[in-house]
Write a protein that binds this ligand. Structure first.
Ligand code: GLU
Length: 497
């Protein structure tokens, strides 16, 4: 089987989670079968298409690692593939040609109906409680009549003859689908009167021209497919196989929409979701591996992917699962890779605090490497890095003295506890500045003073980091270093005065 499949986004909005999922399934299917993954931009809706959206879509797919074998250029990559160009606006001539062919073969005809006539038809159908459809007024015009209408100044659209009977196909996901052509709305406009082509036509002409073997797309296109099949047949080309992917749903099982969910891939990226986590999550939106495993690298997905295991019922987009998977992937990233991804995030987040007057510095690679074991498990998204580890690099003043005082303690006890801790931490000998000796010396001191060790540790934690939740305390102090730990205890004692 020669697999050629495609993602065909319209650049009328930023890269949507649904488009990314469709792209991923096409990509996995192509890779699984040694096929070709094609990207084509359906940009004929000139009014709603924009260069910014196009860039967002191309860069987003590229960022996710869903690289296309054939398709338009992104960034510094050149356009590739022998079936180009891959933007429909650059293929306009081919649609006109195909329409001419259908006209000359009598499979399409010119329709001169005015908007008023069509509106009257629709009103009559509504009154009779019939489904709206083109009545076929121009289906049998003679050449003379056409010439006369043209002479009146009317400009025709081109309609494709839908014909009678049934269209049936076996969808790989949904099984047998059958529909009466009478339900398709009548003969279909394929070219507007200004000669511009419509979606149903361009998609089929291109899929035919690009020798697409499998059309894998969202279920929202299922009702279009019968029209497309009729067009493929009329063009005299082989009809591709179809697989319609289940809708992506909000947690309340309504169709995922901008209003209820965050749908732009770029917004997830900005929050610090990483491509491995997003791709893993997208793969599970409608597909299951057939095992209990949930964490899959893209190579594993390629190995296991099978359209037969795509479900037909809607797939709920579960942000919690995405966060969990993302955390799993942050833990699995090679050290150097994680550092490389954290650096720009920290530069931005800490840079903003520094610009706002907080003393501190932006970390470099060598600062982060020793901290990774402390923070890796605590970061679910890169965007949490500033919060989880910013205190290593920023000397944020303690905003609220009450934060320093553990629940069972008062300010005086807290100050006393911190002074005792300071005394222990300040002496280079016999207590080395290492996690275990620090811990046992502090535990012993707590016991001597009749304190709960947890209270002492909490006071020290907040004094040293400004936070009540941190990586393991003693490792954190060691990473901060003796001098900075002492300086922060001193600052905390100032605040408590
Ligand atoms: N341009 C269409 C869309 O954005 C793609 C249609 C298809 O995949 O056939 O939904």
């Amino acid at each position: 089987m020669t697999v050629r499949c495609r993602i065909a986004p319209s650049p009328t909005g930023p890269l949507h989670i649904g488009t990314a999922r469709t792209a991923l399934f096409n990509f996995l299917f192509a890779r699984r079968h040694g096929g070709t993954f094609i990207l084509r931009l359906e940009d004929t809706d000139v009014a709603r298409s924009s260069v910014e959206h196009e860039r967002d879509i191309l860069e987003g797919l590229h960022w996710l690692g869903l690289d296309w074998d054939e398709g338009p250029a992104v960034g510094t990559l050149p356009e590739r593939g022998a079936w180009g160009p891959y933007r429909q606006m650059e293929r306009i001539a081919s649609y006109r040609e195909a329409a001419e062919r259908l006209l000359s073969e009598g499979k399409a005809y010119e329709c001169f109906c005015t908007p008023d006539e069509l509106a009257a038809d629709r009103a009559a159908q509504e009154a009779a409680r019939e489904a709206p459809r083109y009545v076929g007024r121009c289906a049998g015009l003679t050449a003379e009549r056409r010439a006369a209408l043209r002479a009146e100044g009317r400009k025709p659209v081109v309609r494709f003859r839908i014909g009678e009977g049934k269209v049936a196909f076996d969808d790989i996901v949904r099984g047998r689908v059958e529909i009466e052509t009478s339900a398709l709305g009548g003969d279909l406009v394929i070219l507007r009167s200004d000669g511009t082509p419509l979606y149903h036509f361009t998609v089929v002409v291109d899929d035919a021209a690009m020798a697409i073997s499998h059309v894998i797309r969202g279920e929202d296109h299922l009702s279009n497919t019968p029209k497309h099949i009729l067009l493929f047949r009329a063009l005299g080309v082989e009809v591709p196989a179809f697989a319609h992917l289940p809708l992506i749903l909000n947690p309340d099982r309504t169709k995922m929409s901008k209003r209820k969910s965050q749908t732009a891939v770029a917004a997830y990226r900005a929050e610090g979701f990483i491509r491995e986590g997003i791709v893993n999550h997208l793969a599970l939106l409608g597909w299951s591996s057939g095992s209990d495993d949930e964490v899959f690298a893209v190579e594993e997905l390629i190995e296991r992917f099978d359209l037969a295991r795509v479900q037909s019922s809607g797939a709920v987009f579960d942000r919690e699962r995405l966060e969990w998977l993302n955390g799993q992937w942050i833990r699995r990233l090679p050290e150097a890779e994680l550092v490389e991804r954290l650096l720009p995030v920290l530069a931005e987040q800490l840079g903003a605090r520094i610009a706002a007057g907080v003393p501190g510095r932006v970390p470099a690679t060598e600062d982060l490497v020793p901290l990774l074991p402390l923070i890796r498990e605590r970061i679910g998204r890169l965007g949490e890095a500033g919060d989880v580890m910013g205190f290593f690099f920023l000397d944020e003043p303690i905003a609220d003295p009450a934060l320093l005082v553990p629940k069972r303690w008062d300010a005086a006890t807290t100050a006393e506890g911190l002074r005792v801790a300071r005394g222990i931490l300040a002496v280079p000998d016999p207590v080395a500045f290492e996690a275990e000796p620090i811990e046992s010396a502090l535990r012993a001191a707590a016991e001597t003073h009749g304190w709960k060790a947890g209270d002492l540790f909490m006071a020290l934690r907040v004094a040293a980091t400004g936070r009540t939740a941190t990586p393991p305390l003693f490792d954190t102090l060691v990473a901060l270093g003796r001098d900075r730990t002492l300086a922060r205890i001193d600052a905390a004692l100032e605040v408590l005065r």
